[in-house]
Design a protein around this ligand. Sequence first.
Ligand code: PBG
Length: 305
Amino acid sequence: MSETRLAPGDLVLPLFVEEGIDAPVPVASMPGVSRLPLAALEAEAQELTELGIPAVLLFGIPAEKDASGSGAWADGGVVQEATRRLKAAQPDLLVITDVCLCEYTAHGHCGVLDEHGEVRNDATLELLARTAVSHARAGADIIAPSDMMDGRVAAIRTALDADGSTEIPILSYSAKYASAFYGPFRDAADSAPARGDRRGYQMDPANAREVVRETLLDVAEGADMVMVKPALAYLDVLRRVREATDLPLAAYNVSGEYAMVKAAAQAGWLDERAAVLETLTAIRRAGADIVISYHAKDAAQWLQT
Ligand code: PBG
């Protein structure tokens, strides 16, 4: 009589790939998650295929960073190379690439800065568009901009179309809140802002009405799929977005949500399997079609047994 189903096919696993390492580097604040070397991707792709997980969300950690984040759109960049390897290893595994500059900029912000250290929205759009085009050329199946600059979906759509990638969909991080739950991710991706925070471009956690406007703006600009992030503290937001659009809706069960469950489970305070399956089911119940989670492999295994 369950109204909501959860299956491995609903899940997306985020992957961190680092340039210039030989072996996986564990992320201290995310037990069970490592930064992977390029050489580990073939085996990873095979494991995911066997588990029935249809897609990965790719993040890159470059060897070098600079003021504009030029590693983000380098043809031989870490995400571009990782995409080629994953697609060669498992052509049916969907590669979703995260488009943002924060892993590539020396200052750690998601856009380029002006002389006062403020993010320049419009100057950043062109760089994001270039990044998206380079991902598509490397074989990415879906482009997922997470930077939260205004107008980025239109800029990316226009650039992809002009480059011949008219069939590549955009999964927009349409409702991304300025959340404390991204803390462990910033260790994993080495992307914490050196100064200031992201409240100038990410959303205010106190706002829910605004989310419908933000989402519909992205849809009007050409988003093919939309997202709410984080998931757990924002299930009401997820429900609102579900009611506002018929597009496929993703929810991102973020790093801090993962770390909380892992820590409690390691202390013996929580039944990890039961807590994770309950959480992922609740995210689906609130309206998500797609759940992006660091627990994806564990969950897929538990769902099979
Ligand atoms: C990049 C980005 C972030 C996350 C995904 N893409 C971090 C941030 O905005 O600081 C967070 C994901 C997570 O916490 O799992 N802009």
